[in-house]
Design a protein around this ligand. Structure first.
Ligand SMILES: [Fe+2]
Ligand SMILES: [Fe+2]
Length: 135
């Protein structure tokens, strides 16, 4: 399975789009690592690499939202907190139990599909809000 960037995810904000592309790229690496069954240490490293970037992206996005007094800041923050928790639970799982078929089966949906939906539904809305502010 190859996870390619989908242009339907473009928000129209260059900074957000650049970060989302990097984020999806790292999700792709992680899912690929799970599927190809590389060892636990490698999967852990790839997952940490993904989590670090996700945290950085959410910080950036939230900073921007606070700066522009975005009315849906709270809902965004809740979403970011949710996926951060999922990523951290995954990391604990991989460290304690390892890579299992169950994990491989669930992760695509809990991480990739979830992120795509978040970008579609909420980040696009925020980008539109930013654009409106600029003009
Ligand atoms: Fe985002
Ligand atoms: Fe977001």
């Amino acid at each position: 399975m190859t996870l390619l960037w989908d242009n339907a995810l473009l928000t129209g904000n260059d900074l957000l789009d650049k970060q989302h592309k990097e984020l999806i790229k790292r999700v792709g690496h992680f899912l690929k690592a799970l599927e190809t069954g590389v060892d636990k240490e490698d999967v852990t490293k790839i997952l940490e690499f993904l989590s670090e970037y996700a945290a950085e992206h959410f910080r950036n996005e939230e900073k921007l939202m606070a700066l522009h007094k975005y009315p849906e800041y709270k809902s965004q923050k809740q979403d970011h907190a949710h996926i951060t928790k999922v990523l951290s639970a995954l990391l604990t799982y991989v460290k304690d139990i390892g890579v299992t078929a169950e994990l491989v089966a669930q992760t695509h949906q809990t991480i990739y599909d979830w992120l795509k939906q978040h970008i579609h539904e909420k980040d696009k809305k925020f980008a539109a809000f930013l654009k409106h502010k600029e003009t």
